[in-house]
Ligand binder design. Structure first.
Ligand code: 13P
Length: 272
């Protein structure tokens, strides 16, 4: 049985004071939850303070990105070892917002800024491997844009992204690998992917992982992300392949995030 996971990607929200207050509240409200991996991913600057506030709790710390070497002259970057030393256990890699696959784009930002963060299939693979080597668990993201979905290329896009991301990773390294399918058109739009369709795409990812890693592929967790909210979490969690959520907007408010974790616990609890 794969352990369900609800992971909050805070993106560029919450300063240190807000972040610490927020997780103190989460610890109060979720401290008794068992059987669900709960992760919060604040900005780099808040990691240490949030990590201290989470000490001894059942909530784990994640980061939103990582560089692929241990140290060096890379101004502005943060290495996997630095994250580990700050108490980080999980790291999101290849989020569509970093791959330049934004769903929405402010009209006054020029088109060339779209790829300003520069992630691509190669860097995502390097980041995932570096994270694993440092003992972190990468949460590897994939997902198609609305144009790719309309063109019928969802499966090919997801297949190519996943295959590239796990290049050079062997079954031995997979003890801690998490995947997230986040259709770009569902991120921050309120338009959740139909649960059956999300489950179908996750099934495709599962098949790829089985092909590559053998039976280990059955044990790896795959999350759905994109407008996950308290009113759609139940339908998602009831799907056979969906092991949890990678949550943006709803992870920023206690009264939205707590019900997501409780639903994951309740529904997976019923299934076992
Ligand atoms: P929303 O939940 O705000 O749609 O964001 C999803 C996401 O990008 C999580 O990584």
């Amino acid at each position: 049985m794969r352990r369900p996971m609800i992971s909050g990607n805070w993106k560029m929200y919450k300063n240190n004071q807000e972040a610490v207050r927020f997780v103190q509240d989460l610890v109060d409200k979720l401290g008794a939850v068992t059987g669900v991996d709960i992760v919060v991913c604040p900005s780099f600057t808040a990691l240490s303070e949030v990590g201290e506030a989470l000490e001894g709790s059942n909530i784990m710390l994640g980061a939103q990105d990582v560089f692929w070497t241990a140290e060096g002259a890379y101004t502005g970057e943060v290495s996997p070892h630095m994250l580990a030393s700050a108490g980080v256990e999980y790291v999101i890699v290849g989020h569509s917002e970093r791959r330049g696959r934004f769903g929405t784009w402010p009209a006054d930002w020029p088109e060339e800024l779209r790829s300003v963060f520069g992630d691509n299939d190669v860097t995502v693979n390097w980041k995932a491997r570096a994270a694993l080597e440092a003992g972190l668990t990468p949460i590897i993201c994939c997902g198609e844009t609305i144009d790719e979905r309309r063109a019928g290329s969802t499966d090919a896009v997801v297949r190519d992204q996943i295959n590239a991301a796990v290049e050079g990773i062997t079954a031995n390294d997979t003890h801690s690998l998490v995947f997230a399918y986040e259709p770009v058109w569902a991120i921050g739009t309120g338009e959740v992917c139909d649960a059956d369709e999300a489950n179908r795409v996750l099934g495709l990812i599962r098949a790829l992982l089985r092909d590559r890693f053998g039976t280990v592929g059955d044990e790896l967790r795959i999350l759905y992300g994109g407008s996950v909210k308290p009113d759609n979490i139940e339908g998602l969690m009831q799907q056979s392949e969906i092991d949890g959520g990678l949550v943006g907007g709803a992870s920023l408010e206690t009264d939205k995030f707590v019900p997501l974790v409780e639903a994951a616990q309740r529904i997976r609890g019923e299934k076992t």
